[in-house]
Write a protein of this length. Structure first.
Length: 220
């Protein structure tokens, strides 16, 4: 049995849960997942048992607990160096860390106006100036990373890694909100969508029964 246990929320809505789950699954690192449905009676009590912050995701590795998505990814990179979750090249690694941290800390308009809802389709919604600026910046990151560092594969830095796990939920948000993608950005999004691990997550999300009204926008 694996020593790793990852605590996640609803797969349809929890983009933060998706990031380390996708990284672990795509890398082939064994782990157990514990899913706690969010925003239902008792969820706060259940989360408090696993996560010091009371939020998902949280990772347990024996007596070690890590409770932030990017911190979990960093921990996994140190714990499993053979999986090359960050690029080997120092310059590429610096950029990968920078864009991952930017995704982790920024893009507030995108988070608010294009929240993750895999089952739904809301084409054209959320297009405020601030959100459009976030979209433009994300597409610039994808295009730049692919051009400078992506020659070794289909992902931002060639092989799939932490930076891709951080941006993968955005690919699904773009599907939900009908954001058209072309060129390098479109090809990159296609590579993310084709990942077996991502397809597994999406299938599980579609099958979930829970509906969180705060993340629904009244359209199917």
């Amino acid at each position: 049995m694996s020593s790793l246990t990852l605590i996640i929320g609803n797969k349809n809505y929890s983009s933060w849960s998706m990031r380390p789950w996708l990284l672990l699954r795509q890398a082939g690192i064994p782990f157990e997942a514990v899913r706690i449905p969010l925003y239902v009676p008792g969820s706060e009590i259940d989360l408090a048992k696993w996560s010091p912050s009371g939020k998902v995701p949280a990772l347990h590795d024996g007596g070690i607990r890590v409770w932030d998505s990017l911190a979990i990814c960093e921990y996994l990179a140190e714990r499993y160096p053979e999986h090359n979750l960050w690029p080997a090249d120092a310059a590429a690694r610096a950029v990968a860390r920078s864009v991952s941290a930017e995704m982790h800390a920024g893009f507030g308009a995108l988070r608010e106006l294009m929240s993750m809802n895999i089952r739904a389709r809301y084409p054209g919604q959320g297009r405020t100036p601030d959100c459009l600026a976030d979209l433009e910046r994300i597409l610039a990151i994808w295009t730049d990373c692919r051009a400078r560092f992506g020659s070794g594969g289909d992902f931002l830095f060639g092989c799939f890694g932490i930076a891709d796990a951080m941006f993968a939920p955005v690919v699904l948000r773009f599907e939900t909100y009908g954001v058209a993608l072309e060129g390098a950005a479109g090809a990159y999004a296609g590579a993310i969508r084709a990942l077996p691990a991502l397809r597994e997550w999406v299938a599980d999300a579609v099958a979930e029964a829970e509906r969180i009204e705060k993340f629904e926008r009244g359209a199917a």
